[in-house]
Write a protein that binds this ligand. Sequence first.
Ligand code: ATP
Ligand code: MG
Length: 328
Amino acid sequence: MKARVLSGIQPTGSPHIGNYLGALKNWAKIQYDYDSIYCIVDLHAITLYQDPAGLRAKIEELAGMLLAVGIDPAHSSLIVQSSIPAHAELAWMLTCVTPVGWLERMTQYKMKAQAQETIGDGLLQYPVLMAADILLYQAAIVPVGDDQSQHLELARDIAQRFNSLYGDTFVMPATHLPTVGARVMGLDDPEKKMSKSATGSGHAISLLDPPNEIRKKIMRATTDSNPAVDFSTMGPGVRNLLAIFQAFTEWSDDRVRDHFTGMRYGDLKKQVADAVVAALEPIQKRYRDIMDETGYVARVLEEGAERVSPVANDTVRKVKRAMGLYTP
Ligand code: ATP
Ligand code: MG
């Protein structure tokens, strides 16, 4: 039996090249080696207010994009979190074994809470829901970025506490995969990671940006005061552009260094833009084909939910029994 992998992405904003190079490209690659579940985490998205019509549309668009980047529904289960009630059900039971202090210590909570006038309880509980996502499928491997490693640690703590209170129920999620993807930084500010929720038109390259938009954003990207590429003194903006180029082309370090050393920034940017445009073109074409096929995405999501629901329901039944809840 293959080990189970689970990972998620929020249907907020538009997916960008950071999501692709840091997560989605890798999801498509590893899906043949694992029993993979990829989840559109809409219940996580609503921890901050989302426009209902916008959210509803983004869920299917994101599913279409996951298919376009190569998630193969014959090998992976593509699911929407809210369509499987067991996620929310298990989250409540886990909430009841989680000390509030554990949640208040989470860095992401502290950061996001600071930016809010009133803090929704969901923002605090978010890591418990994430623990439920993982434990529901007894996922052994959870590939997440560093921003999520504290939450993964917490999921292990919650599983352990549950097991010690109610007897062995959960498989401990082992580790995350070593980060193979690039961490892509904002084009306007290379000190900040590229984010869907960040504002600013020059910040991120969306996977659906047309070629002229991509070129414009890259030509305007922040660099440094050098005139040309110098590997010993370059700043984070130039490093980010080179990392994007390398992640898309999969050139070796040596080849990138030989090719770009001494190149003027204008030419560097043109070549980066060409590489990005060329890589996104087939993805955008597949996306359009997928979205043009009426009912296809909905069917994939329904099949995904049907495939994983028995596992999820089984876990909930086990947990209920362990806790003494009513299971007719
Ligand atoms: P949001 O701003 O709404 O949190 P996000 O861009 O951070 O959006 P998520 O849905 O939180 O995207 O994350 C989806 C996946 O993409 C995660 O695995 C995350 O680690 C990865 N990821 C997000 N941003 C980057 C980035 N700039 N570089 C590489 N990977 C990223
Ligand atoms: Mg994020």
